[in-house]
Design a protein around this ligand. Structure first.
Ligand code: EPZ
Length: 433
């Protein structure tokens, strides 16, 4: 097991470039198997969740060529099974997009129930409702989502509550259904738009992605394409909050500032300076942040993934803040770890954190239990006095490319070491003093 060791207290300064969006890449890679022609995808993040999905499509018979750190070519003309049942499928959430993709292309799919971060119960009933409406029969059997249809037919589908995963998954299948599909109360997140743009570049006919009504005219065939994935709004947000939390000055490049507006608004509210450029934002802070209240909401509201970073920033605020999680019911697990570092946070009714700002955090041994909560603990380590160890970094590496080296370049004093390598830990401590 690997862990980060961090010596906190140093402001982050400099420039960082943001990688491609993990959550868009997962949908786009699944979509790529829907054509027999070759697809070239650029700006693919180099992270473990993506490696795993690429392994899964290879197991199905697709040919994947890496032609650079961030560029891949996929040819799915030799897919020889619609059954995705390996251990890899269960390791990640995004593997469930193969249900929509395979169902759309072959009218059948058998995909193991997905894994992913343990942040709540994460049912898939809205995905199933959508596939049902398109004329397929969907059953959960022996841990697999089994979907099949004589043929898929366009339908009018209303989602009771918006879901990113269900919107993308049903959109994938509907692309190749006969006739028109309308998705109402669809998710509006940037990655829904990116997957739709990619599908359109392959010849799909999708209109309205980014609004709550998406209209899809089914086509019989999709063709090859070249496409570049949008920057990761969550990685960008993480560096924005880390810059503010460390009271530093960081230019975050290769971003779409519009996607970051909810984060920018909250940072401005707590007294942080944010300057927006065409494809960059600069975040500067000198003092303790002020307090505020935040509720997570679907886009364009404040993203649930940024909630752990917001709570962590506010742990040092000058006042009392309330953060309410309204999307996932189990997303405050990292709070117990933060309290080991001296934060004063009380979680009530499992979805509301009451944060009484303290003047300082102090380093401790803490453990990541999910991707974004883990990133928040690293940020806490950067904010804290003394040494922090963050265990279970594999959660963090699922979604952040070169996390420690990007932070190191900004001046963070940290290293990744094997948890059994006591010598390396001692050496790091001696070196940084
Ligand atoms: C996506 O998860 C992201 N994952 C999550 O990012 C992100 O936190 C989330 O959207 C919200 O933005 C991927 O894109 C792979 P939802 P997803 O369907 O699609 C409930 C990260 O750290 N729901 O929008 O699973 C669900 O339980 C990850 O990068 C149902 O009840 O989210 C939740 O309460 C973590 N039934 C809410 O809806 C369903 O069929 C929103 O979920 C589907 C969802």
């Amino acid at each position: 097991m690997e862990q980060y060791i961090i010596k906190g207290g140093k402001p982050l300064r400099g420039e960082v470039s943001i990688s491609g969006y993990k959550n868009a890449a997962l949908g786009i890679i699944a979509a790529a198997v829907m054509t027999d022609e070759t697809v070239k995808i650029e700006n693919v993040p180099d992270i473990s969740d993506i490696d795993i999905l690429l392994k899964v499509i290879t197991e199905l018979g697709a040919k994947v060529d890496r032609i650079g750190k961030h560029t891949i070519r996929i040819n799915a003309s030799k897919i020889n099974t619609v059954r995705a049942d390996s251990e890899n499928v269960r390791k990640i959430r995004g593997s469930y997009y193969l249900v929509g993709a395979l169902l759309g292309k072959y009218n059948k799919a058998q995909v193991a129930l997905p894994g992913g971060c343990n942040i709540g119960s994460r049912p898939i009933d809205r995905h199933i409702k959508g596939f049902d409406a398109l004329g397929s029969e969907v059953k959960i059997e022996h841990g697999l989502i089994c979907a099949k249809a004589e043929k898929l037919t366009g339908a009018s589908i209303y989602f009771d509550e918006s879901s990113v995963g269900a919107t993308i998954n049903v959109m994938l299948a509907a692309c190749m259904a006969e006739g028109q599909t309308t998705l109402e109360n669809a998710a509006k997140e940037p990655h829904v738009v990116d997957v739709a743009n990619f599908l359109n570049s392959m010849g799909a006919n999708i209109k309205g992605a980014g609004t709550d009504v998406i209209r899809i005219k089914g086509v019989t065939k999709l063709h090859g394409s070249e496409y570049s994935i949008i920057p990761d709004q969550i990685e960008a947000g993480t560096f924005m909050f880390a810059a503010a939390a460390s009271r530093g000055d960081v230019l975050i490049k290769n971003v779409i500032p519009k996607h970051l507006e909810a984060f920018t608004a909250k940072l401005l509210e707590v007294g942080v300076t944010v300057e927006e450029y065409d494809d960059a934002v600069r975040v500067m802070a000198k003092d303790r942040p002020g307090s505020t209240h935040v509720k997570t909401l679907a886009y364009p509201g404040f993203l649930t993934d940024m909630q752990p970073l917001m709570t962590t920033l506010l742990s040092l605020s000058d006042g009392t803040s309330i953060v309410t999680e309204s999307i996932f019911e189990n997303r405050f697990k990292y709070v117990d770890e933060l309290t080991k570092m001296g934060a004063n946070i009380k979680v009530v009714e499992s979805n509301t954190a009451i944060i009484t700002g303290v003047e300082r955090l102090t380093g401790a041994i803490v453990s990541a239990s999910d991707l974004r909560g883990g990133a928040a603990l690293v940020m806490a380590g950067i904010m804290a006095e003394g040494f922090t160890i963050v265990e279970n970094v594999e959660y963090i590496e699922r979604g952040y490319e070169d996390f420690e080296s990007k932070l190191q370049k900004l001046g963070a004093v940290m290293a990744k070491v094997d948890s059994n390598d006591l010598k390396a830990i001692k050496k790091f401590k001696l070196k940084v003093g």
